[in-house]
Design a protein around this ligand. Sequence first.
Ligand code: FES
Length: 311
Amino acid sequence: MASMQPKIKSKVRCTDGEIGEVAHVIADPLSLEVSHIVVRTNGTERQVPVSSIGAVRDDLVELLCNSSQVAGFPELKREDFLTSKEVEIPHLENRIHVEPGEVLVPFPELEKSCARRSFFTGFIYVIGVLIGLPLVWPVLRFVMKPMYAPYDNRWLKIGNVSKIKAEDVGVQFIFKKSFKDSVLEREEDKNHWVVKATPETLQKIYKNGDLSFYDEKGDVVWVNKQTVPYVAFAGKCPHLGCGYKWRSHKTRGQVFLCPCHLSIYDAAGTVLDGPAPRPLDVLPIKISATGDIEVIDVEYKAGKKEQVRLA
Ligand code: FES
């Protein structure tokens, strides 16, 4: 394929004439390369692999195959894909510029595709290095923090429960948190997810009883009780700290999905699939009489089976 990237709406020409235009571009979330173009032709959308592209010119894509071969390529099933806006794959947008429009990436379907799973396992280290570096930096920073730094047990107001319209649905709360080092004061954008849990989901979360949170001396700072139906999950994936999202999955319904290595969690934070070593981290939560949600922004070490508190 020529180095130029195919553009949406470019004309597509086969060896036997023009057949349509580029409707979408599909990217491989691992290699961050364009894997297919989707050609709109005769009222259908066909997935054409980039290996069939002979040349990409300004507003024209020339294919190496003929129109009947294109008709043999699989039709695009839109529900099998997410847009790159939805999954936020780090660096994808820098690598693939598609104008005007969005890049599609295949919806993860790990449980169905063993070949793909082993592919993931094989490449996880490479990918870890490629996309993990900026992500593990916050973790490294915490590791390098002096050991005697006390935990931050401030209650932070992150929003109001009125934003939550349904049970067992992940709702994201974005807020600003101020930090004070010995030298500077800075502010960081953070996010957590809050679920209004059904009794069944609460049962899963509280299967071992109330959840206690401790300070650095081992004293209890707060206890979450099952009588409170709201549960807050720390916004970072326990695998390597990426931000995850609430998404609908073809076979599993609504789930928390982490785009980095495709860990999948249910509304109780239980790991359904992927490399995550532990469930989503539950935060101490308090709901005021007016419905304000307050949490303690507890952080745990990523990549560990046990929760090791960092901050
Ligand atoms: S950071 Fe690896 S799956 Fe979320």
